[in-house]
Every structure is written in C-alpha cells, then in structure tokens.
Design a protein around this ligand. Sequence first.
Ligand code: SF4
Length: 405
Amino acid sequence: MDLLQKLSLLGAAAKYDVCAASGCSSGGRSGLPSPGSGVCHSFLPDGRCISLFKVLQTNSCQKDCFYCPNRIQRDIPRASFTPDELAVLFLEFYHRNYVEGLFLSSGICKSPGHTMEQIIKTAEILRYKYRFNGYIHLKVVPGAKPEYIEQAVRLASRVSVNIEAPTADYLQKLSRLKDFEDGIINRMKWIKRLQSGGLLPAGQTTQFIVGAAGESDASILKTTSGLYQGIGLKRVYFSAFQPVAGTPLEGMPPAAVLREHRLYQCDFLFRLYGFKLSDISFNSEGNLPEDIDPKLNYALNNSHLFPLEVNRASYRELLKVPGIGPASARRIVNARKKFKFNTLDELKNTGVVVKRAAPFVQVNGRYRESYKLVQQLELWRDSVDHSALRQPRVISQGSHALSLV
Ligand code: SF4
C-alpha cells in the first residue's frame, strides 16, 4: 500500500471523531491531498485554537473492544505508517499551513510496547530530526509500560489514556481485554507524577464513550469529578456511542447527542464554575434531566440561596447564578470596587445574560420577584430547541484510537 492509500485509510478513520466535524480542509494542492476529515481542533493553554492533523499510526489492533471499528475480529483493510512516513507526511501538511499540530493515536498492533515505540519514534523524528516545536498530542495506549509513558510525556504537549467507561464493571461490558485499574487508572497516575516536573504544558486528558455500557450519567460524572480532583486531568471528553456495523454492539441504540451535551455542561460547571458533584441533580435513573440546563436546575433546587445581591455576592456565589459566567462574575467584582450596581441594564454591560439571571438576583435591594413565577410556570425549562441534539450523530465513533483531543 502506498503512502497516499495509507493516508486515505488512516486519515479517514478520523471521520469517526466528532472533533473532526469542527472543521476540515478542502482539496489538496501540489499533488498532495489535504488531511481532509483528519483535521480537528484543540485549545492551547493560552486559549488559542489550533488545527491538528489527527491520524492513526495503524488501524491494526489486537484488542476486541465491542464498539470499535478497528477491533481485531473485524474484516477491514489494515495499514500502518512507519514513523518516518508519518513524520514527513505531517510536516508536508504543516509547511502548507493545513495544520498547526499533530494528534497521533493508534490501534494496539502486536503489543502495547510495540505500539508505543512506533508512536514515540514518530514524535522523536519530529522533535529531534526536524526540530518541530509545535503541538503534539500523543495517545498512551492502555497497559503501556512506565518507560514508554515517560518518553511520551517528555515529547508531547498533551497525552491521553482513554477511560471509556466509569468503572471496571462497565468497562468489562465494552472490552474483555482492557484492565480498568491497572491498564488505565494507574497509567493516568504515572502521567500525573511525571507531569509534576513541569512537562506536558497542555496536560492530560481522557474520553468516555457515553451510552454503550448501560452506565448512568451520575456514574460518569462521579468518575469525572474524581479524575479532575484526584489525578488533575486537564479535560474529560464525552463521546455519544454510535453503533458500528460488524461489531458486537451493532444492534444497540445510539446515544443521543443531547446526553453528551448535558454531560459537557456539567463538565464546564466542575472546571470553570466551582460546582461539585453534590450540586448536580439527577433523575431517579441517575441521569441528567434532558429538558433543563444543569445550572438552572441547581438554582431552582436551591431556592434558599437566591436571590443574590449582586453588590455583595462573592465571585464564587455569582458563578452559581444562571446567566452569569466566569468573565461576567469577574467584571462584576471588579466594577464593584468603583461603583454600586443599581439596574439590571448596568449588569448587562458586564456580559450577564439578564433574561436568565434576573429571577435569581437583587440589584441594590431591588428584586423582580419573578422567581416564584419561574418555578410555577417552568418558564426556564430549557427554551432552546434541542430536537437536533436528541438525534444520534450520523457517523459512528468510539475507539481510543478515534478519540477527542
Ligand atoms: S478501542 Fe483501541 S484498543 Fe480497543 S479495539 Fe479499538 S483501537 Fe483497539
């Protein structure tokens, strides 16, 4: 198989990734195809968004994950890049300004050690031979040995081990060969220890497949919260399960994108708004209610905390108000050093979404007293039309080799 055929096969694997939907390059130039659907985006620590060439070192895999298009039993064309081939190909795209960084993942070919050697060799060629100093995200495959993890951490801007499921029991429903505690959680802990030496500027991430193992949102968020607090992960990603033909889970119903969306909303509340797991409300099945934003649900379930006086509330308290985010809360706190807020219009200037915040705040003692009305009429049940999000994605995804950035 020549290089372009490999690119076509291993770059096309990225189509299974929702991240690739955020933007694709079109048509190639100079006889070289663009990375096309293998382009996805990531945010650097400084907040800048960059485009990444997302590709697999190989789609050969010895594992049998029940949801994955690359599982060993599936009869599909297989290909592998050599480290030299992949490094040169990436640099071609990089020099043409198609991409600014690399996200390199892989199926587990022969053994976790052999796979890590190939991934590390590709990164070494880029870093040492071609002096590439830009963004590299390397996948650490489950079960990788400490020496490989250490090398990956030294070479990469970010690494990730995908957790896939919230507990060992749920993971067993997705794979007979992956070991939750030792193969995944312990590897994350090793990465954390290595990171403390100032390595990995973009941190460590992971991904769940949502809805493939019958797990609840509460179980996913409990583990998510533990990963942030205990292991210091930079980001946790959620990928709504979509069945892939020819896999054991092909008959399972797909997960709605709305479920993924609600999980991301909670993830933002954990990371940026100071919410704890105990602040999140679940239904009797342990899932997030579909029809209400989790932050609004918190406010409605904690009526004793509201309305908050915006001239006195702390930054942390302001973050609990629907319609007030970190930037607007900061602006309110800073503005209060010079003057007192007297009207809702003045709040608008700080970026507050007044329509959402008004029932939950007092402004210099004045309160619109619409909170009870909100509760009675449920006016704040999510007014956004989520009908599209209730549908599954058209394309399938769900492999550690096809994961989000
Ligand atoms: S999820 Fe990863 S380890 Fe499992 S079959 Fe797919 S590529 Fe292999």
